[in-house]
Design a protein around this ligand. Structure first.
Ligand code: FES
Length: 90
């Protein structure tokens, strides 16, 4: 036998919908990144993404950023090869 907190047996209330509990709001579902935004999980270590005019790199778990265009002839550095913290223009 079960009992309620008052020592009386619990009462079933048919079709009762529990009230939402007070407290911090439940976390919201993530939305897709907006223009100019990115998610860290989308940049595995050793890779890069283009965010606007910026190349964002994951260098061994650290996020680094540089202008996306190579200063030589404007090559896309986000498509370059990453060796440690050095990017080689494609
Ligand atoms: S465009 Fe020439 S080295 Fe990058």
């Amino acid at each position: 036998m079960t009992s309620g907190i008052s020592g009386k047996p619990p009462v079933d209330i048919p079709n009762a919908t529990p009230e939402p509990m007070a407290g911090p709001a439940a976390p919201k579902e993530p939305t897709a990144p907006k223009s100019g935004e990115f998610r860290i999980k989308d940049i595995p270590p050793g890779s890069a993404v283009l965010v606007g005019t910026v190349a964002v790199f994951n260098v061994a778990g650290r996020v680094c950023a540089a202008q996306a265009k190579c200063t030589h002839r404007g090559g896309p550095l986000n498509e370059g090869t990453l060796d440690g913290s050095t990017v080689t223009c494609p």
